[in-house]
Design a binder for this molecule. Structure first.
Ligand code: CUA
Length: 337
């Protein structure tokens, strides 16, 4: 009995010490969304349970190692113990109840993070290897995610190729982005600042670099930014014919993740000096990079693969790039001497 009391006291001491130690490690980034508080509350409950379990395992283990170690010259066997129904029932019932309580808390927390505001703003998100783009309700697209503070937003997310995962650590919520199916990500940012979307699903070579800026601003700053974007998009759209500035926008949205424009080697050939050059292909032949070749390579990326590169799974046409946009892209490539 004395041993149980001592172990009990030690467990009661080690549990809060472990919890304080874990809490002071500051494992979480700042809370930047309304949903993050309830998630962190759940995390705290988990840490309390983890601290208690650690103490419950470590204290009896070390206590037994030290107090019940074999005495010098003692060669007898230890006492044989067989079966203890009370103990077995106890260590079945208590963990069962604990697991059920935590399952309830988890489901409750998930439900709290999904409470829908009927006035939530909808932004469409497209993920592709290896970039993000955001289509705003005002009809323009950006590679940055600007959000107004204290306004709930629903991201309607879809992938152009493989499975990605939309994760902003400061918002706490994470959601897979799938090809052929729209998934929702509901968030109410409540702290002005700059954050990053990080892809949280291994999606190929440049997965680690699949990031986008998240900028949370005041409502007024957000409105001003939207007005600027709308004006710029309208001005660009009004220019007739193939246009390099429009092409650059499309490049940023669809192509930048793999093709550099400064001559550096990426996942795919650089566009610097591409137009009109002679390109060596991996079947040993060569081709001049003219309109026809570039158009074909955009529409069917696997048709003619440049020497030293692999054909990519991403197809810009499936992602929504139109013929007019391809003409804009070629106009942009022509400027990259
Ligand atoms: Cu997209 Cu990892």
């Amino acid at each position: 009995m004395r041993h149980f009391v001592i172990v009990g006291v030690l467990v009661a001491i080690l549990t809060p010490l472990t919890y304080i130690g874990l809490s002071s490690a500051h494992m979480m980034p700042v809370e930047a969304s309304a949903q993050s508080q309830i998630v962190d509350q759940m995390w705290n409950w988990d840490m309390m349970a983890v601290s208690f379990l650690l103490a419950l395992i470590v204290v009896p283990m070390f206590y037994s190692l030290i107090v019940f170690r074999r005495k010098k010259g003692d060669t007898t066997d230890a006492e044989h113990v067989e079966g203890n129904t009370k103990l077995e029932v106890t260590w079945t019932i208590i963990p069962l109840i604990t697991v059920l309580v935590f399952a309830y808390l988890g489901a409750y927390t998930l439900g709290e993070t999904r409470i829908a505001d009927p006035n939530a703003m909808v932004i469409k998100v497209r993920a592709q290897q290896w970039s993000w783009s955001f289509e705003y309700p005002d009809g323009f697209t950006s590679t940055d995610l600007h959000l107004p503070k204290d306004q709930q937003v629903v991201l309607k997310m879809q992938s152009s190729d493989v499975i990605h995962s939309f994760w902003v650590p400061e918002f706490r919520i994470k959601q897979d982005v799938l090809p052929g199916r729209v998934t929702d990500y509901r968030i109410t940012p409540d702290m002005i600042g700059s954050y990053k979307v990080r892809c949280a699903e291994l999606c190929g070579t440049s997965h680690a670099y699949m990031e986008a800026n998240v900028i949370v601003t005041s409502q007024a700053d957000y409105k001003a930014w939207v007005a600027d974007q709308v004006a710029a998009a309208q001005a660009l759209a009004a220019i007739p014919g193939p246009n390099a500035a429009r092409g650059e926008k499309i490049y940023e949205q669809y192509c930048r993740a793999c093709h550099s424009i400064d001559g550096s080697k990426g996942q795919s050939p650089t566009w610097r000096g591409l137009y009109g050059s002679t390109v060596e292909l991996n079947d040993g032949s060569a081709v001049v990079a003219d309109d026809a070749y570039i158009t074909e390579s955009i529409k069917q990326p696997a048709a003619k693969v440049v020497k030293g590169f692999d054909a990519m799974g991403f197809n810009p046409v499936n992602a929504g790039v139109t013929d007019a946009q391809i003409a804009d892209l070629i106009a942009f490539i022509q400027t990259l001497k």
